[in-house]
Design a protein around this ligand. Structure first.
Ligand SMILES: Nc1ncnc2c1ncn2[C@@H]1O[C@H](COP(=O)(O)OP(=O)(O)OP(=O)(O)O)[C@@H](O)[C@H]1O
Ligand SMILES: [Zn+2]
Length: 550
């Protein structure tokens, strides 16, 4: 593989937990690191080349909202790290395109596993694009990296941490890792000599290479025909691009054990390094409201991304995701961290012992709330623009208060994002600014004569749009549903109408006559025009269009 030696690391052990605080670029963010089970300062090897490996999908079916939730949340974090905290991120994503589930499904559908995987990989990419998730810098498919995976396994065998069997399987030898196994979730291998049914030396050893079963796809290897195990794929793919250096590793919480735990074991023995993967970020699960279990294909309680997007926009889903911490739904580790437990305890059951902190619940109501919030933000931005154009007549503005609120919001948003990407906190701060802005944008019925304050509203609009843009939400899009030219036309027609009404109104109110009596007479004559303007405004409300200018 030609993988290089270990990365630069500061030699200081942080808080005696065996985690080495990396040296490099301090992003200023404190991030919850599953490796230490606390918030650590996020220090990446380099701001110019921050390495991030993301476990990709197993492509055997349509993706659902649970998957969407995980990838959207990490997309938001990636954008924040890039735009707010100055990291140029290289993101690598592995696609699992060979796996038991793929083989089983292909058999059911009577197609080859390769075509099934291709189909759903394309489908996944389309769904991600529809959700406005930035693609990783590079996708790597497992089936296109089999020789590299074989070399990686050979490396682990050479270093004495894996063994092949007469049946043509290769297993990772967990005992050889001693107490170094279990860094992520505190699981230690059970006692040697447990009864085992397979050809493993120990029940908790896991497969690196699986001997081919009849009628399964396979590749030739030094151990006979077979295919890779799941965990080794990610270790190899990440190492192919980043060597032994990895700043960030992400995935859903269900991947922490055994998947990420095993990835760590494999990489640390292969690279002979003390710490592979400095920060492990895990997103919480999306639950269906009122249910204990996560949204999942196997439980058949899912909504596909395509179905969801028929009812709501990707921006609404993004805001829905932002309104809870990316970790919500996580399984709590307990105040003192995890005790080390023998693997005899089924990990899934053991994980359940810690109850979900606060699962992110999917419900129509929660999506509706996000929709309303987005509408409120858009309405504010449009009103503020109307005010700047002079179309929205207001009394005098408390300018100082607004400048102060804006500056306060900027600080609060940055602080929230630096605190483990607290997106709900950041959204609250921006919505609070909008609330203050709205309070000042009270329309008055008289023509305004006093001073105007367009600059402060310009500044607030610009900041608000920039905030949403940073996390991948475009407020401008709200005017046009994509591909819907009818809405765009309607919007233009309404704009024309508003302009025309404003002219008529200004004409009706213009007081060009010299004497008081003549002015009164003129206003009286033009009164029907004012009434027509008011009627138009009232009538348009019935069509969902509200003209804020009086
Ligand atoms: N309900 C969910 N909520 C949040 N993330 C999820 C959910 N279901 C899956 N994920 C995450 O999506 C990513 C891709 O998962 P993967 O392709 O392995 O799906 P899966 O676990 O097979 O899905 P399923 O449980 O529906 O069969 C992983 O990071 C996984 O943790
Ligand atoms: Zn993985």
């Amino acid at each position: 593989l030609g993988l290089g030696p270990g990365p630069r690391r500061a030699a200081s052990e942080a808080h005696g937990q065996g985690w080495l605080q990396p040296a490099g670029y301090d992003t200023g963010v404190k991030v919850y690191n599953s490796r230490t089970r606390r918030k650590d300062p996020l220090i990446v090897g380099s701001a110019d080349a921050t390495s991030w490996y993301s476990c990709g999908p197993t492509v055997y079916d349509h993706a659902h909202l649970g998957h969407a939730c995980s990838y959207v949340r990490f997309d938001i974090i990636r954008r924040i790290l890039t735009r707010v905290f100055g990291c140029n991120i290289i993101m690598v994503m592995g696609i699992t395109d060979v796996d038991d589930k793929i083989i089983r499904r292909a058999r059911e559908m009577n197609v080859s596993p390769t075509s099934l995987a291709n189909l759903y990989e394309e489908d996944f990419k389309q769904d991600m694009a529809a959700l406005k998730i930035l693609p990783p810098t590079v996708y790597l498919r497992v089936t296109e990296n089999i020789p590299q995976i074989i070399s990686f396994i050979e490396g682990i065998i050479t270093k004495g941490h894996a063994y092949s069997t007469a049946k043509g399987n290769v297993y990772f030898d967990l005992q050889s890792r001693g107490d170094k196994y279990g860094k992520l979730v505190g699981v230690a291998p059970g006692p040697v000599g447990e009864p085992v049914e397979s050809d493993k030396r120990h029940a908790s050893d896991f497969a690196l290479w699986k001997a081919a079963k009849p009628q399964e796809m396979f590749w030739a290897s030094p151990w006979g025909n077979g295919r890779p195990g799941w965990h080794i794929e990610c270790s190899t793919i990440s190492s192919l691009v980043f060597g032994s250096q990895l700043d960030i590793h992400s995935g859903g919480i269900d991947l922490a054990f055994p998947h990420h735990e095993n990835e760590i074991a494999q990489c640390e023995v292969f690279h002979q390094c003390k710490q592979w993967g400095n920060y492990f970020l895990h997103s919480g699960h999306l639950h269906v409201k009122g249910k204990e279990e996560k949204m999942s294909k196997s439980l058949k309680n899912y909504i596909t991304i395509k179905d969801f997007l028929k009812t709501a926009s990707p921006d609404v889903f993004r805001l829905f995701c932002m309104r809870s911490s990316y970790r919500s739904g996580e399984l709590r580790h307990g105040a003192q961290g995890m005790a080390r437990r023998p693997l005899g305890v089924a990990p899934r059951v053991w994980w359940r012992l810690g109850l979900p902190a606060s699962a992110i619940d999917y419900s129509d109501g929660a999506v509706l709330e996000a929709k309303h919030l987005l509408l409120a933000a858009t309405a504010f931005v449009e009103d503020a623009r109307a005010y700047m154009r002079g179309q929205l007549a207001c009394g005098p503005i408390g300018e100082d208060v607004l400048w102060e609120r804006l500056s306060h919001t900027k600080g609060a948003v940055k602080a929230a994002l630096a605190d483990d990407f607290d997106t709900p906190g950041a959204v609250d701060a921006v919505m609070d600014l909008i609330h203050h802005g709205n309070r000042q944008l009270k329309a008055v019925t008289k023509e305004p004569g006093g001073p105007r304050s367009p600059a402060v509203f310009g500044s607030i609009v610009s900041y608000t749009e920039q905030f949403f843009e940073t996390v991948g939400i475009s407020l401008a899009d709200r005017q046009f549903v994509s591909g819907d030219s009818g809405s765009a036309t309607l919007h233009s027609v309404v704009e024309e109408l508003v302009r025309f009404r404003l002219k008529v109104r200004q004409f009706a109110l213009a007081t060009g006559e010299a004497t008081r009596e003549a002015r009164r007479q003129q206003l009286l004559e033009r009164q029907p025009l004012l009434e027509a303007c008011d009627t138009l405004r009232q009538d348009l409300v019935a069509h969902g269009i509200s003209i804020k200018a009086c």
